[in-house]
Design a protein around this ligand. Structure first.
Ligand SMILES: *[C@@H]1O[C@H](CO)[C@@H](O)[C@H](O)[C@H]1NC(C)=O
Ligand SMILES: [Ca+2]
Length: 227
């Protein structure tokens, strides 16, 4: 189980006891499809974001649309969103706008994604299994709000709610990180390879989270570096 701390969340409406835990070699199993379950993540955000990187690893056999990472503010439900409308496409939203990254249809294996964004240029990077895709751009000059509801498993259409069960995630998620910087190519590779990473706003090895509904923390069944 590792190191466990209990503290009270500050986010109104998402109350309860939050565990802070080292989830090394563990996964969240979202057991149902469709599902109303989700996991609330607590990040230490002190100021709006002008740069960020989000990374995670997922394993699913879903072919319907599903959300991977949903960061909503009161002003914008799709403030940061990683969404997979179909197996061969990722959508990366910043401030309600999105760019699309077409990917080979998965081999039904673990997929590692990192998406980063930089306000000064609007450049969005998308890395799949340690490899960068052609960069795109959106929302130059935008600032991502710091007061956020950050959820795994559901796509928010309002702050902390407004779920469509047919956009829910079903399967396994692990290695979730959020940084307030754009990661260097070396660190993007390190995230894919599960190597040492810079301090993060959300880090899998000290994750403050709260499970809501049918989500189970389990050990990994095998190594996840499938690519
Ligand atoms: C965001 O990234 C740009 C480009 O790397 C950098 O110049 C800027 O200082 C960063 N801003 C913040 C607030 O971290
Ligand atoms: Ca939404």
């Amino acid at each position: 189980m590792g190191h466990l701390q209990l503290w009270l969340p500050v986010l109104a409406g998402l109350t309860g006891i939050v565990a802070q835990e080292d989830l090394y070699r563990k996964v969240f199993v979202f057991r149902k499809d469709p599902s109303d379950a989700f996991v609330v993540l607590q990040a230490q955000l002190e100021q709006p974001l002008r740069n960020f990187t989000v990374c995670l690893r997922s394993y699913t056999d879903l072919s319907r649309p599903h959300s991977l990472f949903s960061y909503a503010t009161k002003a914008q439900d799709n403030e940061i969103l990683l969404f997979k409308p179909k197996p061969e496409e990722y959508r990366f939203y910043v401030g309600g706008k999105f760019v699309t990254f077409r990917v080979p249809e998965g081999r039904r294996d673990w997929e590692h994604v990192c998406a980063s964004w930089e306000s000064s240029t609007g450049i969005a990077e998308f890395w799949l299994n340690g490899k960068p895709w052609p960069r795109k751009g959106l929302q130059k000059g935008y600032t991502v709000g710091a007061t956020a509801a950050i959820l795994l498993g559901q796509e928010q259409d309002s702050f902390g709610g407004g779920f469509d069960l047919y956009n829910s995630f079903s399967g396994e998620l692990t290695d979730v990180y959020l940084w307030d910087t754009g990661l260097s190519p070396d660190k993007m590779r390190a995230a894919f390879l599960s190597l040492r990473l810079p301090p993060a706003l959300l880090a899998w090895n000290s994750l403050s989270y709260e499970v809501k509904g049918d989500v189970v923390v389990k050990a990994r069944l095998r190594e996840v570096l499938g690519a």
